[in-house]
Design a protein around this ligand. Structure first.
Ligand code: DLL
Length: 435
């Protein structure tokens, strides 16, 4: 079902005209209200009235995650605090998190866009949606929640965790749609099996999975085991949250971008040059309607490709290829975004450790694991084992508290981590390579 026929099937010419009007308006708004953008635009000699056609977007400066951090928490907001009705934040409770704010209209638009997504995935107002994305500062839980209500479906706000209870509720309430990370769906499947529940036998028919990269082979595994259709949903908190783009159940080949709200470009991440449609590169978004924190040319660091060919489902919106990787070193561990630099900060703030460390990322069963190996200094090395274990637990606790991920910390002897002549090899990712 197409939820918003007018916008999702708009002839491209009309859609692009709408995008241009909205682009002009957002540039004027940030120039007026966000000192950061006014300065950047002034430096480039660009005024809002210079935006005469869509391709003029390249006159605009990029925005990076670091810009949000530098203006932590609210420095890039374009409206006064009274008009902000909700805050979300990306993972990491240190000063380095990125914070986003939504006005009433932003929340309404977001709910509407997620409703479009759920419908594109095949959900209807008659569905029971078991929403296992985390509720809280993370955008997944509440983002899907409002969309499900907008669609008129029944939402079960189960949030993340408590897997055995989830399996029981999934069975007892008879959900027909599940929303969670792809890896969690397999974990839930296994936990349910141990309890004697075969998800395949339940009424569940659709899974809407995102927040972390996954592959077509993982899709096949999930669909086979759970007996459902698995759909890829993409989004990021800086741009909105879940629902920036979604696959349609009909074709499942590329994710339809909500182009009336976001202008997408692909750039070469090294040079920043815009690339023609069809080429692979970093996807960049400009928000066209957002009021709370509109962003110009936000560099997602996600690698994708754009396809504007019409889709058999009837939608005219451009599709982005499934995200196959990132152009930076951000790791996604069980749906939580982690930068090695955040771990490094925690390690360096702990006495007795050296800056030599490695992160070993793996997968146990269906869940991601992370081990932090760090060299201790000579003085600590001679300590009693019990003190070392205490130190390990302390670091584990700090990582959990500040970054929200569970890691196993292993202190290792001084000079035991291999030194490199060039860049240090800090990350060993043993999960399956992305297809
Ligand atoms: O993960 C929003 C979301 C919630 C999307 C629920 C989908 C479902 P952040 O925590 O800000 O927001 O993380 C955004 O996660 O830049 C990608 O690197 C990655 N990501 C999100 N969806 C996908 C996906 C939410 N479908 C970052 N495939 C993004 C691959 C994804 N990577």
């Amino acid at each position: 079902m197409i939820f918003d026929v007018e916008h999702e099937t708009m002839p491209r010419e009309e859609l692009e005209a709408l995008q241009l009007r909205r682009l002009q308006s957002v540039v004027a708004r940030v120039y007026e209200n966000v000192p950061f953008y006014r300065k950047k635009l002034d430096e480039r000699g660009v005024r809002p009235e210079h935006i005469q056609k869509l391709s003029d977007v390249t006159l605009l400066p990029f925005t990076e995650k670091q810009d949000l951090r530098n203006h932590y928490p609210f420095g890039l907001f374009a409206v006064s605090r009274e008009n902000i009705v909700r805050l979300h934040s990306s993972s990491g409770t240190t000063g380095k998190a990125t914070v986003v704010g939504y006005t009433k209209r932003d929340i309404k638009n977001w709910g509407h866009m997620v409703a479009r997504c759920l419908a594109a995935a095949g959900a209807t107002s008659g569905d029971f949606i078991h929403n296992a994305y985390g509720y809280g500062l993370f955008t997944g839980g509440l983002g899907v929640h409002y969309g499900a209500e907008e669609l008129g479906a029944t939402v079960i706000p189960i949030s993340g965790g408590g897997t055995r209870r989830q399996a029981m509720i999934l069975r007892d309430f008879g959900a027909t749609v599940i929303t969670c990370t792809p890896s969690y769906s397999l974990h839930l499947y296994e936990a349910a099996k141990e309890m004697g529940i075969d998800i395949k036998e339940l009424p569940l028919r659709i899974g809407i999975f995102g927040a972390e990269p996954w592959t077509d082979s993982m899709r096949a595994e999930i669909e086979g085991k759970l007996g459902i259709t698995a759909i890829d949903i993409y989004g990021l908190s800086e741009i909105m949250g879940p629902g920036v783009a979604i696959e349609c159940a009909r074709v499942k080949n590329g994710l339809h971008i909500q182009e009336d709200h976001f202008l997408a470009e692909i750039i070469d991440s090294e040079t920043g040059e815009q690339l023609p449609h069809g080429e692979k590169g970093e996807i960049v978004f400009t928000t066209l309607t957002k009021e709370g924190i509109p962003l110009l040319r936000y560099r997602t660091r996600d690698i994708s490709r754009l396809n504007t060919a019409p889709c058999r489902c009837g939608r005219t919106t451009a599709r982005m290829e499934r995200v196959t990787g990132r152009s930076d070193d951000m790791l996604i561990i069980r749906g939580v975004n982690v930068f090695p630099s955040q771990i490094e900060t925690i390690l360096l703030e702990t006495d007795g450790l050296t800056p030599h460390y490695q992160l070993i990322v793996g997968r146990e069963g269906t869940l991601d694991t992370m081990e932090v190996r760090v060299e201790i200094d000579e003085a600590v090395f001679s300590d009693q084992i019990k003190n070392l274990q205490r130190l390990e637990s302390k670091i584990e606790k700090n990582i959990k508290e500040f970054l929200g991920v569970t890691a196993r910390v292993k202190l290792v002897e001084p000079k035991s981590i291999e030194r490199s002549e060039g860049k240090a090899k800090r990350i060993i990712d043993m999960r399956k390579p992305q297809a």
